[in-house]
Design a protein around this ligand. Structure first.
Ligand SMILES: [Fe+2]
Length: 206
């Protein structure tokens, strides 16, 4: 009886410590999938959305190199994760049957891409700096599926964009540290591509 209660005491003192370690990384908050996830995937679904295979033209818009790692709550790499992104073109048009004016969209923009995170759990996309469309602040949609069956759907925003505070999806995230996890801080992609931007966004699935 005595040893049992000692074990109980140990368990209650160790647990909060463990939780403190697990909280080292703030989880990337989930966000709505929205209405424009592809119903049919483009023939070219790779991680370069700016260049469609078989087309000479490059997508219109400002290029953004989006990269990062998929991590668990303790910061450990989650290898084998599949990362998907989708977004509108430089005119604000999605490649989706529910998109009014879809026929005017930039066919040189892939609109959707996916990549399997590598052995270091790193992922990388060449895509566009997102633009606003009616009712929404600029954003990139993401879905992540880990090898152990975890799922996360969310959206990435441009840090400091004045339209964020008026966006009903962005505003649903109240916590400042959670917001940091979905705000992209852009820097010139020096040495990578002239005129392009780059950002590093770790995805934390806690
Ligand atoms: Fe959207």
């Amino acid at each position: 009886m005595r040893s049992f209660s000692r074990r109980l005491l140990l368990a209650t003192t160790i647990l909060p410590l463990h939780q403190a370690f697990a909280a080292d990384r703030v989880a990337t908050p989930a966000q709505t999938e929205g209405p424009f996830y592809p119903v049919a995937f483009p023939a070219d679904s790779d991680n370069d959305l700016v260049q469609v295979r078989g087309q000479a033209a490059r997508a219109m818009g400002t290029i953004l190199h989006l990269q990062g790692r998929v991590l668990d709550g303790s910061g450990a790499p989650m290898t084998g994760a599949m990362v998907e992104i989708w977004q509108c073109d430089s005119q604000g048009l999605y490649d989706h049957p529910g998109q009014a004016g879809r026929e005017r969209r930039d066919s040189a923009f892939q609109g959707y891409g996916k990549v399997l995170a590598d052995a270091q759990s790193s992922y990388r996309f060449r895509t566009l700096k997102p633009v606003a469309y009616a009712g929404r602040t600029p954003h990139i949609h993401l879905k992540v599926a880990t090898a152990n069956g975890r799922r996360l759907t969310t959206q990435f925003y441009l840090a400091g964009d004045p339209q964020n505070e008026r966006d009903f999806v962005y505003r649903a995230i109240r916590d400042a540290r959670s917001r940091e996890q979905i705000e992209m801080r852009l820097q010139p992609a020096n040495g990578l591509e002239a005129g392009a931007f780059a950002t590093t966004m770790d995805i934390v699935i806690a």
